[in-house]
Design a protein around this ligand. Structure first.
Ligand code: PHE
Length: 460
């Protein structure tokens, strides 16, 4: 079979890959991309890492990394997708030649690796939602721990994982517009409404001020150069925005050539950061009101699945309604993200082998479901997979993207953005950030993260 890759120089009408599908509008793309970004990472990772990493110092570092590093990388990733018209596996080769092939494989490995444990977390979320809806909440902390142990191991965890992968497959198999875009069009607005209602409700809790204090108002400047805080902020920023993994690249390949990528990227980043902050302003008052701080800071997965149901249970019937709203919005956030992760291998199989979408989807679902089995059966494996795929690989992907679009093929970024109406001065600043700031900042963040990770693994 002839290779579908054409290594052509970039030009204004660069859609060499010509995918057959497309978004119905720029808004459809922005909602789908926001759906990819807003996920369990915002609801669970942000709050947990902020509480561990010194409140406001973490938030300040996080916002700086998002604006100076993730936003330019996200724009570069979108340009790579749109300008080549290829899926994540082939787009790097089209832009930079054969020596960039490993980047395509890195995208595939990171997306497949993340989805295989992300679906397990989705399974726990779905199980907690169903339990709150049909049975009720665990009565106290001990009951919460027992409930969490029961959903995060054995047959229950396997079932949640398999069902979440199947649901993700059904959406992706329906196609870009009829599946992914339709889900995000109702899911994202609903998610914001639910979150806003919960935010107002949480502001009335007795521990609201104390909660905001631990999350946002506590200032400790020494945390700004603390290795764990820096690792947490980097990992959280890349994971939450979802940059560096090919998911947004896959979505951008279906994008109209005239749409304004920098504005769209800024909208995605703003929504994502807003959801992280809003979710923290719901969970921290709850945690403070019921003195659950120890559970939150002593366990990575404990926050959402043990502390929150315990706090909500103390509120009786109202707490049950809140639990359904919270875990319902978490499941929506999760599935709009999982579909973007599955789209990476699916679009690549369609693009590289000329397969039809359903065939690519169900093969992808089968392989990823099997790869996720160890994480479904052992939370220790899940946490390690998160550190490797969701932490290190994602950041390496971001670094390589900055190098490819900043140094390897800078003409592509300039031409694509200028042809779609971006002012030259903005394009110049973006290129400067991509060439100088992003690679240096990401390299430093990566080294600090690797050293800190090795230290935490060695320490148990
Ligand atoms: N951003 C998603 C979250 O916060 C996860 C994700 C990572 C999605 C990478 C796509 C790509 O949960």
């Amino acid at each position: 079979m002839p290779s579908p890759i054409s290594e052509q120089p970039a030009g204004p009408g660069q859609n060499q890959g010509h995918p057959t599908e497309s978004w119905s509008s720029s808004l459809g793309f922005v909602l789908a991309a926001a759906g990819s970004a807003v996920g369990l990472g915002n609801l669970w990772g942000f709050a947990y890492r902020a509480s561990q990493g010194g409140g406001l110092a973490f938030v300040v570092l996080y916002v700086a990394i998002v604006l100076l590093v993730c936003l330019p990388v996200l724009i570069a990733e979108m340009v790579l997708g749109r300008s080549t018209g290829h899926a994540p596996l082939l787009a790097p080769i089209t832009a930079g030649g054969r020596r960039w092939a490993p980047l395509g494989w890195l995208f595939m490995a990171a997306a497949v690796g993340i989805l295989s444990y992300y679906a397990v977390l989705m399974g726990w979320t779905g199980r907690t939602l169903l339990h709150a809806l049909l049975v009720g909440l665990p009565a106290d902390m001990e009951a919460s721990k027992a409930f969490f142990a029961s959903i995060s191991s054995g047959g229950s965890a396997l079932l949640g994982h398999v069902l979440s992968m199947a649901l993700t497959g059904i959406v992706v198999a329906a196609g870009v517009r009829a599946g992914i875009e339709r889900l995000s069009r109702w899911g994202i607005p609903l998610l914001f409404v639910l979150l806003l209602v919960l935010l107002i409700w949480a502001a009335g809790l007795p521990g609201a001020m104390e909660g905001y204090h631990t999350f946002l108002l506590k200032w400790d400047a020494s945390k700004l150069h603390d290795a764990t805080t820096i690792r947490n902020a980097f990992t959280q920023a890349f994971f939450s925005i979802g940059a560096g993994i090919g998911a947004i690249l896959a979505y951008a390949a279906y994008l109209d050539r005239r749409s304004a990528i920098p504005t769209e990227a800024a909208a995605v980043v703003t929504m994502d950061t807003a959801v992280g902050l809003m979710a923290g302003c719901v969970t921290f008052p709850l945690v403070a009101s019921f003195a659950l701080g120890d559970v939150v800071s002593s366990s990575t997965v404990g926050t959402l699945f043990i502390a929150l149901p315990t706090g909500m249970a103390s509120l009786g019937g109202a707490g049950r309604v809140v639990a359904v709203a919270f875990f319902g919005l978490a499941y929506i956030a999760a599935i709009t993200s999982s579909v973007s992760l599955l789209e990476v291998p699916v679009a690549s199989l369609i693009d590289r082998l000329g397969w039809r979408r359903p065939r690519a989807v169900w093969l992808g679902v089968a392989v990823i479901t099997v790869l996720g089995l160890p994480a479904a059966l052992d939370t220790g494996v899940l946490e390690r997979m998160d550190a490797v795929f969701g932490g290190v690989l994602l950041i390496v992907g971001g670094l390589l993207l900055a190098l490819l679009l900043g140094w390897g093929s800078p003409g592509r970024l300039r031409q694509d953005l200028q042809a779609s109406g971006t002012p030259p001065a903005l394009v110049g600043s973006l290129l400067w950030l991509l060439r100088w700031v992003s690679p240096c900042a990401i390299s430093i963040g990566l080294v600090i993260s690797l050293v800190d990770l090795a230290r935490s693994w060695a320490g148990g």
